[in-house]
Unconditional design. Structure first.
Length: 455
């Protein structure tokens, strides 16, 4: 076994294709339905929102989808990303487990999200699109798409959830630095936003509302498309560069993971690392335990229902079958803003349903505790979202210690936390609270799920 602490791949090892897990699934995922007719939608239904190339990827069952050269050329700015062996953390935990992590915080925006932002901006430009509207929660996605828009000459408009817009002025400044424009959502720029503001002028906003506004802008303007930073099949597909590289890096380490861990908001960084390994298993390879970690305050995989639901609060999107807390559910405010979505990627939900992956929910205080323990050993300060993966990696390593077994653990460190120091500050001063969702509101959001005849 190699005794390195970092595994770097040369530039030419950037994957030439993304991995599409649909090709290897034992049962296909449920079709996307039109909310009006209840029938499966076709490419034309999505054409107002997305370029045709991305619609093609959304419904593709081809295993390997070529990464266009201009996208690979941008990936070269920070990819292949490093894989580290967390030897100092192992020592601090005094565990026989081996802990590896893939670090996605070295991208210009500081997270995994540019992996898909760059691809989406490229395909839009190829089809002559000049403007893209989108939403952002904590600001990670908005800044990633703003970066990609700057590279490909596309104007980006971002609807940022109001509570984050007020709390995180530097993420907004970052988007503006890249040339994007960013407004607080709900805004008075859309019909939907004006309606929400009329009935609830002091609303904090939510990701579901911001999606409705961004979709409305794209649907009403011929020159504008829409982009989503997680959940959809093509987004998960673009993120698989993470796992494809990790497979090669684990080979360099002469090792293979027994346990693979990722935090899950919409599911894209988890899928990005995990799906290439799950695919290898589905094709008869080794069978690691693959764990998606979600916040206890927004537990779509562990408490939600696997059912057809809308992707947004205003009900402008098609219906997708996913683990959901209900499109009207507004999670309590907690610091991992990137994990505050009511649903989960249909492909991740489907794999949980098939028993190919597991899910766990954790509260934010133990996550920040893990984030700090990680920072003190490994030096990198994890994004609040990523601390969820760190927590479970540490828990699994401690379990190995108790059992006296050595397992190989691999987790995704999806981003750094340099814009989230206010959250760390709250934790360090003992002011951070573990939030619980309102069980009655969850019940009523679930009771309001749309009825779908096809089910
Ligand atoms: C957005 C974000 C997430 C959550 O999104 P997924 O699609 O579930 O990956 C996790 N980590 C970071 C750093 C993020 O920015």
């Amino acid at each position: 076994m190699s005794d390195s602490i970092k595994y770097f791949l040369p530039e030419e090892k950037i994957a030439k294709s993304w991995y599409n897990i649909v090709a290897d699934l034992p049962a296909p995922p449920a079709p996307v339905l039109h909310p009006g007719t209840g029938q499966p939608i076709g490419p034309d239904d999505l054409a107002p929102l997305f370029p045709m190339a991305l619609i093609g990827q959304e419904v593709s069952a081809e295993r390997d989808i070529e990464i266009p050269k201009p996208v690979r050329d941008v990936y070269r700015m920070w990819r292949p990303s490093p894989l580290y062996r967390a030897r100092r953390l192992e020592q601090a935990l005094d565990t026989p487990a081996k802990i590896y992590y893939k670090y996605e915080g070295g991208s210009p925006a500081g997270s995994h999200k540019p992996n898909t932002a760059v691809a989406q901006a490229f395909y839009n430009r190829e089809e002559g699109i000049k403007k893209i509207s989108t939403e952002t929660g904590a600001g990670q996605w908005g800044s990633s798409l703003a970066f990609a828009g700057a590279l490909f000459g596309i104007e980006i408009s971002v609807f940022m959830v109001k509570v984050s817009y007020d709390q995180k002025p530097y993420r907004r400044a970052m988007m503006e630095t890249y040339g994007a424009n960013c407004v607080a959502s709900p805004s008075n720029l859309t019909e939907y936003g004006r309606a929400v503001l009329a009935s609830d002028p002091d609303t904090t906003g939510s990701l579901g509302m911001a999606i409705s506004e961004a979709v409305e802008v794209a649907a009403k303007n011929d020159d504008t498309k829409y982009a989503l930073g997680s959940v959809l099949n093509h987004v998960l597909l673009h993120q698989t560069v993470i796992g494809m590289e990790a497979i090669e890096q684990m080979e360099m380490a002469d090792d293979y993971p027994d346990i693979i861990i990722g935090c899950a908001g919409g599911g894209s960084n988890f899928a990005g690392l995990g799906f290439p390994f799950v695919g290898a298993k589905l094709r008869g390879g080794p069978a690691p335990t693959v764990i998606a970690v979600e916040p206890a305050a927004c537990p779509s995989l562990t408490r939600g229902t696997f059912a057809y639901d809308f992707g947004d609060t205003g009900h402008f999107t098609p219906l997708v079958k996913m683990h959901t807390l209900g499109s009207t559910f507004v999670p309590p405010g907690f610091h991992a803003g990137g994990l505050r979505y009511h649903g989960m990627a249909p492909l991740v939900s489907h794999l949980l349903h098939l028993g190919e992956i597991e899910a766990r929910a954790v509260h934010q205080n133990p996550c920040f505790e893990a984030g700090i323990q990680f920072a003190r050993a490994e030096g990198i300060i994890p994004a609040p979202e990523a601390t969820h993966a760190v927590r479970v990696a540490i828990d699994e390593a401690l379990k190995c210690k108790v059992e006296g077994t050595s397992r190989t653990i691999l987790f995704n460190l999806s981003g750094h936390g340099h814009f989230d120091m206010a959250a760390y500050d709250e934790f360090l001063s003992g002011k951070l609270e573990d939030k619980d969702y309102d069980a009655e509101k969850l019940d009523s959001a679930l009771a309001a799920l749309p009825e779908v005849a096809a089910e």
